[in-house]
Design a protein around this ligand. Structure first.
Ligand code: SAM
Length: 299
C-alpha cells in the first residue's frame, strides 16, 4: 500500500484543501482514472489500486510527470544547483529555450515551484516564492523522489478527456475535475475549456454512466445543475483554504513597512472553496461523514 503524499506541484484549482471531503465519497474500486489530472491532489492523497491512470491535455505538465516517473535522478541532478531567485525565474520564463524533454521538465518544475500560486500560463506567470513558506530548492529532490515512487506503474497520458473516457475499463472509478464553468480559465491553464467542452463532457459522461462510476467537481452554477439533472447525487460543499499571500509582493511590503499586521495578513489569506460534487452513484458516506456536508472546514 502506498502512503498518501502531497501533489508534487502547485496547481491553480488544485483540490488539496478539499481532499478529505472528496476521499470520503470515493467508493471502493480497482481501476482509477483522473481525466483532468492537473496537480493530481486526489491521486496522491489516496491509495493506489490495481490500475491507476492520470491524464491531462497539457503536454508540458505530462512531460514533467513522465520525467519524474522515469528519470527522477536526471531531473534532480539538473536542478541540484538551483537557487530560487527572481533573476532565475525571469531567465527560465523569458530566455531559456529547452532543447529536449529533460530541459523542458527542468524549466516547468522550476517555474511551477517559484511562480505565484503555481500559475504556469505565460500571461500570468509571476515570481511568487517566499523562503519561509515555499518548498526550498534543497527539498525539491526529495519531493521528486517520493513522487516518482508513487508514480511507478501509473499510466500517464496527454489526451483529450473524451478519448480516455472511451478507453477506460468498465467499473472504473473516475475523479473528474474539469476547469470551472464560470471562471476565466485562460488565466490559469494553457488549454482553455469552452462552453462546448462542458457540453461535450456532460454528454460523454451520460453515455458512459452505466459502465463507470464518477465523482465530478464543479463550481456551483444553475447551468451545470441542469446539465447533470440525470446524476444520482449533487452535494453542495464548502471548505476553507489559505492562500500563501507571502507570495503577494504588496502584502509582504506592507507588512515590512508596518502598514498592516501579521494578523491582518492571515485574515486576508483565508478563502472559501464552494463547489458541487456530482455523483452517478449512491455514496456510502456514513453518518459521521455526512455531517460534514456544507459545513466542513479544513485548513
Ligand atoms: C481544475 S484543473 C485540475 C486540478 C487537479 N484536480 C488538482 O487537484 O490539481 C483542470 C485541468 O484540466 C486540464 N484540461 C483542460 N482541457 C482538457 C481536455 N480537453 N482534456 C483533458 N484535460 C484538460 C487542464 O490542463 C488542467 O490541468
Amino acid at each position: 500500500m502506498e502512503k498518501a503524499i502531497n501533489s508534487p506541484f502547485r496547481y491553480a484549482g488544485g483540490k488539496f484543501y478539499a481532499r478529505h471531503l472528496i476521499l470520503e465519497h470515493i467508493p471502493s474500486h480497482s481501476v482509477y482514472l483522473e481525466p483532468f489530472a492537473g496537480g493530481g491532489s486526489i491521486f496522491f492523497a489516496k491509495n493506489k489500486v490495481r490500475q491507476n491512470w492520470l491524464n491531462d491535455a497539457d503536454p508540458e505538465l505530462i512531460n514533467t510527470y513522465l520525467m519524474i516517473q522515469n528519470n527522477p535522478e536526471k531531473l534532480i541532478n539538473a536542478l541540484s544547483d538551483e537557487v530560487a531567485t527572481k533573476e532565475r525565474h525571469a531567465w527560465y520564463k523569458n530566455e531559456f529555450k529547452p532543447q529536449n524533454a529533460l530541459e523542458q521538465a527542468v524549466r516547468w518544475y522550476y517555474l511551477n515551484r517559484t511562480s505565484y500560486s503555481g500559475i504556469m500560463n505565460p500571461k500570468n506567470c509571476y515570481w511568487g516564492y517566499g523562503d519561509k513558506y515555499s518548498m526550498r530548492p534543497e527539498n525539491w529532490g526529495r519531493n521528486i523522489l517520493r513522487t516518482s515512487q508513487k508514480l511507478q506503474g501509473v499510466q500517464i497520458t496527454c489526451l483529450d478527456f473524451e478519448t480516455v473516457l472511451e478507453q477506460v475499463e468498465d467499473d472504473a472509478f473516475l475523479f473528474i475535475d474539469p476547469p470551472y464553468f464560470n471562471a476565466d480559465q485562460d488565466k490559469f491553464y494553457s488549454y482553455s475549456f469552452v462552453y462546448d467542452d462542458h457540453i461535450r463532457l456532460s454528454k460523454a459522461l451520460k453515455q458512459h454512466q452505466h459502465r463507470i462510476k464518477f465523482l465530478l467537481t464543479y463550481d456551483n452554477s444553475p447551468e451545470i445543475r441542469i446539465m447533470y439533472d440525470w446524476a444520482n447525487e449533487i452535494h453542495d460543499k464548502e471548505w476553507n483554504y489559505t492562500i500563501n499571500r507571502t507570495d503577494d509582493q504588496k502584502l509582504t511590503q506592507d507588512l515590512k513597512n508596518g502598514i498592516i499586521t501579521q494578523k491582518k495578513v492571515q485574515k486576508q489569506t483565508r478563502s472559501k472553496g464552494k463547489e458541487i460534487f456530482i455523483l452517478n452513484y449512491t455514496s456510502q458516506q456514513n453518518e459521521l461523514f455526512s455531517m460534514y456536508d456544507s459545513q466542513e472546514q479544513f485548513f
